[in-house]
Design a binder for this molecule. Sequence first.
Ligand code: FAD
Length: 389
Amino acid sequence: MPQTKRSMDVLIVGAGLGGLATGLALQTDGHRVTIIDAAPEFGEAGAGIRIPPNSSRLLIRWGVDMENMKKSVSNRYHFIRWQDGNTIVKLPFNNIVETHGAPYYLVHRADLHQGLLTAAQKAGVTILAKKRVVKYDFDAPSATTDSGETFKADLVIGADGIKSICRPLLTGHPDVPRDTGDVAYRILIPQEKLLADPELANLISDPCTTSWCGPDAHIVGYPIRDGEMYNIVVCAKSYNETTDEVWVVKGDNSELCKRFANWEPRVQKLCALTGDFMKWRLCDLPDLDRWVHPSGKAVLLGDACHPMLPYLAQGAAQSFEDAAAIRQCLAMDLDLHASLQRYENVRKPRVSLVQAKTREHQYILHVEDGSEQKTRDEKMQHNGTENPV
Ligand code: FAD
């Protein structure tokens, strides 16, 4: 456990998963944290999220009540299948606690967000909604909202997501998120619908995760809330349905059924059980030269700093690792600037590696059938996936 040598006023902009985790980690280490967010109320999209052991271990350490959170635990297998349903590789997850030191959870995002919010509030973090930051001063650290309210602190942390306004101001680079050409469909199906079909029942009753891979798309499915719902994330080449202004659009059942009409029967059945759902444009940003403002009093984390494509379930996980690293570095016997620099130095190589792997997986998981697909399959069968837990 890090020993706190200083106690500071910390302002975090953004109460997403990364901002809340960081607020919780720093407050429990003796800092006084305020988190402000533009949203009128706190919450997360209605969809599942995988919490691999590199992140579950931190949540448990910081006192997030994972014990009582309704969740599924991935403790059987991760199947990677072709679109015809045959198995490319079956990865055992039954010994994940022994090998990685913590469980692999499958949860509803809203439950995870609420768990973090509750833990942060209990620890004493001040969390305020309806505060849209439009201006920063990084030398005399502060953030000013659209209503003219200014929040001052010793340290400002930008955790305002992929559309961050903190990032370009802090780095001086006016990066614009790049469309990767893929969209993510996020779908939840109630358990009764799967249980009614013998071919689908074990998808929900058995806590396995499954990835079906085919040209231009892959589908990840897993149970959440102790099997109350089956969560599906489809990452697929976009049909240009989003724009630079509108990243989230409605999708419907007939489109989905048509798209996956040639995939294995269980995929077709899952598509048929789907109601309306939302589709998200998947964007990326270039790697940054620096994460710390030259004043040494402001820094970035999470998607604002290193957005992560969802192909390896590591975006939130990496923001939790950021939180742990900031906490540790601030507790070192270094001045503030040197502590933040240390955080950047420690995190950058790890984050760059995970980002590079996720970008590679856009191709790996969507490769056309043929010789490259055969090579990919042989590699997967030999090495498993590259999931960097
Ligand atoms: P965000 O969640 O974007 O939070 C930013 C916050 O800042 C928001 O609350 C916003 O309201 C606020 N904000 C923005 N601008 C301002 C402003 N000007 N003033 C005040 N507040 C502001 N990761 C995993 O670890 N496992 C998974 O299984 C997984 N699956 C995914 C599936 C999909 C389809 C997608 C798209 C992502 C997935 N991820 C996953 C990634 C993960 O969701 C993100 O990396 C993570 O949520 C980022 O958290 P964040 O706190 O950095 O940013």
